[in-house]
Design a protein around this ligand. Structure first.
Ligand code: ATP
Ligand code: MG
Length: 171
């Protein structure tokens, strides 16, 4: 039995890691789909699909041989998006998500959709972590060590800081 776990993972954090470990207790293999794979270098999506694969691959450790990581570009057509996922991902039986739109779209197609419990959503949130990265806060404590290493290696904080500026900000 395979489970699907889909997200943008900008970046992959300890909330994602906790969800993934729980999913791995319920299914034999987990298909991790990296959504909005074509996006990078924006404040909401600073990291490329390849960088996100590196982060997740590094963080998986013991789960590595039971996970398949697949990048998936947006098609901007919600009505046929589930077929798009099915055409790009290895087959799966269960979908795990807390994202309301993803839940709705898979639910309409009759799939078994399960909501993993939220882990400290107040701190383990991509949006909150990207804010900490910009304000000089302790984002490292909220991601697996392997993720922090990748972000350091690609000089991710410098990138996020630079692309978050506007050419009006010096006026
Ligand atoms: P962003 O704020 O950028 O949307 P995110 O933390 O929601 O970041 P996603 O990649 O959008 O990260 O999330 C992938 C999946 O993980 C979604 O189903 C989301 O609801 C879920 N998720 C995110 N954070 C947690 C958490 N702390 N506990 C449980 N599930 C989470
Ligand atoms: Mg989200």
């Amino acid at each position: 039995m395979r489970g699907l776990y889909i997200g943008r993972f900008q970046p992959f954090h300890l909330g994602h890691q906790a969800v993934l470990e729980r999913i791995a207790d319920e299914v034999d293999e987990v298909v991790i789909v990296i959504g909005s794979a074509q996006e990078s270098h924006t404040p909401e999506n600073p990291f490329t699909a390849g960088e996100r694969i590196d982060m997740i691959h590094g963080a998986l450790q013991a789960l590595r041989d039971r996970c398949l990581v697949v990048p998936l570009a947006d098609i901007k057509r919600n009505a046929v998006w589930v077929d798009h996922v099915r055409s790009m991902a290895p087959s799966f039986e269960i979908v795990y998500t807390n994202n309301p739109l993803v839940m709705q779209l898979f639910g309409e197609e009759g799939l078994d959709v399960r909501k993993p419990p939220m882990y400290r959503r107040d701190i383990y949130s991509g949006t909150a972590i990207r804010k900490l990265m910009l304000s000089g806060g302790d984002w490292q404590a909220l991601v697996p060590d392997a993720v922090a290493l990748v972000i350091d290696r690609i000089r991710g904080i410098e990138r996020l800081t630079n692309i978050s500026q506007s050419d009006y900000s010096s006026l």
